[in-house]
Ligand binder design. Structure first.
Ligand code: ADP
Ligand code: MG
Ligand code: ZN
Length: 476
């Protein structure tokens, strides 16, 4: 019998606010352990939470971009569980009345675009971090992360393969990064995904018991873990067994999915309304205000790049992959209206360098002005394409502009006819056999002479002038 997977994702996105959700401690990653804490995020008795306005704004921005309905009134609840990295013994979250519901994640699937429906988006605080200590029998606790703001985005169980799940997660990550509400870093845990997986007989519409897989800190792990878990569940059913709802954990070293604990039910968490926080009330104006600030989203921007600049889909996709890259491209095009030339340089030499050095576009050593200074020299015929690539590499290394490099390195193109004619004569005299072939009617031989000329001038010959001279010389 055939089976199909049923997958729903729970995605935690750390909201990039300066401070934590309920206190003024910095929400910075990578600081010395336990240096970013206060009575509120340590859960000391009597400390009271104050909601971070910016975190709410970021969550509304995300909800708006995903087409969710942002509710004018939502509320905070306490979710109780006992774990050493949760100092209060409960997490402040939104349970009965989440910030937003509905909407979807527009995802490119093999069979076209589909919107993966969203069940809810709510705001909650993160827990601290448990770190394995140097001694095998100890764990260490770091509370710097305790209380940092998260948006949890929960999809409907409407995804039917690991590949679709990854596509959906990638689309969401791209949107959140465009919105500048989350930095999308999965390794650092700024974007975490839990995958709920069940399988059912092909064609059935039932929802069977599911397991929830945690510790998926890369797209590859998300896909791997789901495949392993789907295979396991199918094997269990095939053997006549049943699936027990469970929380599972992906172990990247063993590349296996292991059960951790039986899955909690909502009543295990003893949700109660948070008495120290007012319900979150938002005016229509405030919701509209945030919506009005939405930047152009990746999908729309890609489509616009195709129509406005006449770029092929693949190029538009590369150039809009990240907002800073799309901005860089458009900054260049504003200065030099040749989108195809700009796209070519950005996608090959620029992205090549940045990828190699693992440098973000934001700290790209070649400014749009400098890249355009190079395009202008090419356009004026002052440098050949080969020279341009060398100059680009130098611009990338030194941060100078193209004219400066041409000047410093004496790279200017040779357009002087007398100088070139002398070189051409030498080449023709040295290659009588090729010359005879040309006389016999082989026009392609011009390319050979051109190649020799470029070699002799180290690529500096002005191609147009050189071609004229070669043709004239061969006619004689
Ligand atoms: P919980 O709070 O118990 O984690 P929810 O019922 O809200 O629960 O669901 C959490 C996630 O599990 C959602 O992403 C949802 O799509 C997914 N899910 C629910 N039922 C199934 C199922 N039968 N198979 C796979 N995923 C499921
Ligand atoms: Mg869950
Ligand atoms: Zn604090």
């Amino acid at each position: 019998m055939g089976y199909e997977a049923v997958i729903g994702l729970e995605i935690h996105a750390q909201l990039q606010t300066r401070t934590k959700l309920f206190c003024a401690c910095p929400a910075t990653f990578g600081a010395e352990p336990n240096t970013l804490t206060c009575p509120v995020c340590l859960g000391l008795p009597g400390a009271l939470p104050v909601l971070n306005r910016r975190a709410v704004e970021f969550a509304i921005r995300a909800a708006g971009a995903l087409g969710c309905t942002v509710h004018r009134e939502s509320a905070f609840d306490r979710k109780s569980y006992f774990y050493p990295d949760l100092p209060k013994g409960y997490q402040i979250t939104q349970y009965t009345r989440p910030l937003a519901t509905g909407g979807g994640i527009e995802t490119d699937m093999p069979d076209g675009v589909r919107s993966v429906p969203i069940r809810r988006i709510h705001i909650e605080e993160d827990a601290g971090r448990t770190v394995r200590g140097p001694a095998a029998d100890r764990v260490l606790l770091d509370f710097n992360r305790a209380g940092t703001p998260l948006a949890e985005i929960v999809t409907e169980p409407a995804i039917s393969s690991p590949a679709e799940a990854v596509a959906c997660l990638k689309a969401l990550r791209q949107i959140l990064m465009y919105l500048e509400v989350c930095n999308g870093n999965m390794e650092e845990g700024s974007l975490r995904c839990e995958a709920n997986v069940s399988v059912r007989p092909l064609g059935s519409t039932e929802h069977r018991p599911r397991t929830e897989i945690k510790n998926l800190n890369s797209f590859r792990f998300v896909e791997r873990a789901m495949r392993i878990e789907i295979d396991r569940q199918v094997a269990v059913y095939e053997a006549g067994g049943a699936i027990e709802p469970r929380t599972m954990c992906y172990d990247e070293n063993a590349d296996s999915v292991r059960p951790t604990r039986p899955k909690e039910e909502a009543h295990d968490y003893r949700y109660v309304p948070e008495p120290d926080l007012q319900p979150l009330r938002l005016s229509d104006e405030r919701i509209a205000e945030v919506a009005a600030e939405q930047p152009e989203l990746p999908r729309a921007r890609r489509a616009r790049f195709e129509t406005q600049y006449g770029l092929p889909r693949s190029a538009a996709e590369v150039l809009t992959a990240e907002r800073p890259l799309a901005d860089y491209f458009e900054d260049c095009v504003k200065l030099w209206l040749d989108p195809h030339a700009v796209a070519g340089w950005v996608m090959t030499d620029l992205l090549g360098g940045l990828g190699r050095d693992k440098v973000p576009v934001a700290s790209c050593p070649v400014t749009p002005n400098n890249l355009v200074s190079l395009l202008k020299l090419i356009h004026k015929g002052e440098i050949s394409h080969a020279m341009a690539r060398e100059i680009f590499a130098e611009m990338y290394r030194s941060g100078s502009d193209a004219p400066t490099i041409v000047h410093e390195k004496g790279l200017a193109q040779v357009s002087d006819a007398a100088e070139l004619r002398a070189v051409v004569e030498g080449i023709v005299d040295a290659n009588p056999a090729q010359f005879d072939k040309y006389l016999a009617g082989n026009e392609k031989i011009i390319d050979f002479f051109m190649g020799e000329l470029m070699k002799a001038t180290m690529g500096r010959a002005n191609p147009a002038v050189a071609l004229e001279i070669i043709k004239r010389k061969l006619k004689k």
